[in-house]
Ligand binder design. Sequence first.
Ligand code: CA
Length: 618
Amino acid sequence: MKIKTLLLAFLLLLGSTFSYAQKISVKRVDPPSWWTGMHDHNLQLLVYGPHISETSPVINYPGVQLEQIIHVKSPDYLFLDLVISAATQPGTFTIHFKKGKRDVVKYTYTLNKREKSPKLHQGFDNSDVIYLLMPDRFANGDTTNDNMPGMLEKANVKNPNGRHGGDIKGIEEHLGYLKNLGVTTIWSTPLMEDNLPTYSYHGYAQTDYYKVDPRFGTNRDYRNLVQEAHKKGLKVIQDMVFNHCGTNYFWKGDLPTPDWYNQWPKFTRSNYHGGVVSDPHASQYDYHHMVAGWFDTSMADLNQDNPLVANYLIQNSIWWIEYAGLDGIRQDTYPYSYKDFMAKWMQRILQEYPHFNVVGETWFSYPATVAYWLENNHNADGYHSHLTNVFDFPLMIAINKAFNEKEGWDTGLARLYEVISQDFVYSDPMKLGIFAGNHDSNRIFSTLHENLKKWKMVMAFLMTTRGIPEIYYGTEILMTGEKFKGDGNLRKDFPGGWPGDKLNAFTPQGRTAEQNDAFNFLRTLLNWRKSNKAVQYGKLTHYIVENGVYVYFRAYKDKKVMVLLNNNDKSVTVNLTRFAEDLKGFTKGKTVMTGKVLSQLNSLILAAKSPMIVELEK
Ligand code: CA
């Protein structure tokens, strides 16, 4: 009896092993490929497949060493630590997932040759002007991809919060338009798969960090877009989101480790008070809720304190920079991720791409909190972010108030002066991304009560003060949108981007006289800016606002530009003697927008609510 029972148990075990063996497979390996000749020789593969942890992986490829096999709580994952020596040749190798001597699964992995060109991965700087667009709302270049198999949300242009069908092809078709406008860099909001049933168009709940959403195109299309942009002298910034991923990520219901996400007994939202991360008086309670709370119900809070999560994210960004030839990254919700991880991530990127730039979404009202996140800042707690660029939200807030207000001691243009006067808190204020609005805020033309004169002042200011200007798509054609009407209202379709659109605002004929006035103003300004190092890199000297007029200078070598903003409802005569220290050595000038020659620099007449930009001459 005993022998029979044992035999039965043995047979059962064999059977179950056999049935398991039947089920073992590899569904996915991330990163999906890699390169030889990387600065960092380490590569950690996430292998996902049912019961894959029951196998023993073996790799036989010259130069590739399988250093460590990491098992986690879920049996469906293995993490493989590889070392790829400097001499390793590009090619493919097989990962043998073995049981005993038998291959249970084989997986082919590719090591590509790195494309090395001094033009790649050069980052962005003060010579650039960034154009922020939402791919779903910019232009629909391919209507056949509006709905795709397996993608939960279907296109519905009538729903302001639904998908409208814009895509990569739509962006590519308008590269010439952007080049003509005079911007130099495209920042598209996320393009990776966001397979959630609603609100998927914005892409901030990504469900595959390695795959472009099929409704936008393919990975290859994206790489091609970057290449086509480069041919036209345009750069591309990819929007990344490391704080959270969409709850429909492939690991849904089968997390590698229980702490892959920050877990709570019940759904707990972040308190959205990013300032607690740098606040020396913050409570642990607030800090924990800030960084470990979830951004939204559909956005799972990734735990970057888990080194496997950290590696997954770091390698993902390296993969995209290398694969697509990116020029920069915009990182979403910067203070919401663990800050030590973010610093490590930045160091790793800069180690591989020393000239690369990353701009962080540092949404704070005060310069000091923004400054905390900028590289080389002297923070009392010793934190060094290594983050090359931050967004100047305090200046954005000031811009949105200044031009609508009556001039006073601390109102109107004084707000711009006051914010900029606090630049001492920044390790380098030139590294600030400056803007009047983005996809989350009122459109500037609406804020300005659709006043074109004010709009021109804002554009003139943005393109001539310190920092790297960013404009939101449609700003150039005076698109309107107000936050209280919902985010969809800020993200309307660009007219002419959809087949059948009555008007095509990508062309002069499709724009109203006022839109053409705005477009031409901005085009002139941007194209002039491209060739003027003083407004790009020059030292800023500004003067306190007097009588509603803000005056500043940008100086670079022997070039100097004078900018005057008149926020009064009437024209004013400005006596220039107050600016003698900056005008010294110059006798005349030429206005940039009208080409008018100024034969003397004693006084100037400024039109009501108008900017004047003057190139000074000896
Ligand atoms: Ca489409």
